[in-house]
Design a protein around this ligand. Structure first.
Ligand SMILES: NC(=O)c1ccc[n+]([C@@H]2O[C@H](COP(=O)([O-])OP(=O)(O)OC[C@H]3O[C@@H](n4cnc5c(N)ncnc54)[C@H](O)[C@@H]3O)[C@@H](O)[C@H]2O)c1
Length: 372
């Protein structure tokens, strides 16, 4: 599927077909103006809730609200404070109160407009309000476009850890307006690219090479290139979710680099690195570990490091805590199986495996490989 030309611009769709549900991801510049009509075609009702990240309430909120109104909705528009600290049950409860006070009903769609924080939190509200209402994802960060908005994982954090409370609640529709990326900070945009590189490594060497060849138009936010970037990545995320909706098998491949990344984020109190930066370092550590175990060629690490550096993502750092602390955090990760750290390691570019039996001393060595 290549993006279809529509006049001067491009537009693409990706369909997800699951055993009990199907939905379409629409990708294109300016699509916020069509949000209302697309929601109406999927979840018709008089009311809708629009939950917006407060940082973009002034820039992108009005277009979404106007579009819902022009499609005949009387939307309840509410903001949620930006930031991982607000992805919690207090925010969820406050949102329940607003929806109940406005008497939103079982058929009223909940639309989340923002990054992964609003998507995960708004999605959890949609999954649980009145035992579940239609949910529409309208992601505005690259990470949320290529990853968080597709696949139905929704949830919030607890003091004990990230994403510990949640549900699988697939959206009925995903509307991606790639123009919203124009206001995203360069640092957040580049973090989304870490997940795109991840998709290339785990499943699609052609995507890996395409990112490498197109990095300048990507960083310049060329409209056609952005549509193709998002579409190629949504296709991969969708394929993985269609194979394994509830993460019983291959969906775990999406965690490539993430067990290391979670330890980096937790070990630095979530203050020093953004998620994508930690994923970048984590992918390098995991790839080096793969080489150390004789699972893949050293050339893969060289290719990976070269691309991440070209993008502007970190591949070494002087900011890591001690290896013992990182190893303790890794062992407490919810993906640990029977006391063994569970890792996704590359076999070659485009293929990874789940590995449960890596000796601790070898994992410890891979931490040293990313210290700069
Ligand atoms: N559900 C899933 O499958 C899944 C997958 C990956 C990540 N996640 C979750 O996603 C979250 C991270 O998502 P994120 O990286 O999008 O973070 P985020 O939602 O915090 O957004 C990053 C920053 O960009 C701002 N922002 C959002 N859109 C903007 C725009 N268009 N212009 C300007 N600023 C904008 C936000 O206010 C925030 O400051 C994490 O909580 C993670 O657990 C979920």
């Amino acid at each position: 599927m290549t993006p279809k030309p529509t006049g001067e611009t491009t537009m693409a769709t990706v369909d997800l077909v699951l055993p009990h549900h199907r939905y379409t991801v629409h990708i294109g510049p300016g699509l916020l103006s069509e949000l209302g009509q697309r929601v109406r075609a999927t979840a018709p009702h008089q009311r809708a809730a629009l939950i917006v990240d407060d940082k973009i309430a002034g820039t992108h909120g009005p277009a979404a609200e106007a579009s819902l109104q022009s499609a005949g909705y009387d939307p309840l528009v509410t903001t949620m404070t930006s930031g991982e600290d607000h992805k919690n049950l207090s925010t969820v409860e406050a949102l329940y109160h607003k929806l109940l006070d406005e008497r939103l009903e079982r058929r009223s769609p909940v639309v989340a407009l923002g990054g992964g924080i609003v998507g995960d939190t708004g999605g959890f509200v949609a999954a649980s309000y009145l035992r579940g209402v239609p949910f529409v994802q309208c992601p505005t960060t690259l990470l949320a476009m290529v990853d968080a908005s597709v696949g139905g994982k929704v949830g919030v954090n607890m003091p004990q850890g990230k994403n510990l409370i949640g549900a699988f609640h697939q959206p009925v529709l995903v509307v991606i307006d790639t123009d919203t990326l124009k206001t995203l900070s360069r640092r957040d945009f580049v973090c989304g690219l870490a997940e795109c590189v991840k998709h290339g490594v785990i499943r699609d060497p052609e995507l890996f090479d395409w990112i490498d060849a197109n990095i300048q138009p990507i960083l310049d936010l060329d409209p056609g290139t952005l549509v193709e970037l998002v579409q190629r990545n949504v296709r991969i995320k969708a394929a993985v979710v269609m194979e394994d909706e509830k993460e019983a098998g291959v969906r775990a491949h999406l965690n490539f680099g993430h067990t290391f990344a979670h330890a980096i984020e937790a070990g630095t109190e979530y203050g020093r690195y953004l998620h994508g930066e930690a994923v970048s370092l984590g992918m390098v550590a995991a790839a080096r570990l793969g080489v150390e175990l004789g699972r893949c060629e050293g050339g893969l690490v060289d290719q990976l490091v070269a691309l991440l550096n070209k993008i502007g993502l970190p591949t070494t750092t002087d900011g890591l805590p001690e290896t013992d602390k990182l190893m303790d955090i890794m062992r407490s990760d919810k993906k640990v199986k029977a006391g063994r750290v569970r890792l996704i390691l590359p076999d070659k570019l485009g293929a990874v495996s789940i590995v449960d039996d890596t000796p601790d001393d070898v994992v410890a060595k891979s931490w040293d490989s990313i210290r700069g």
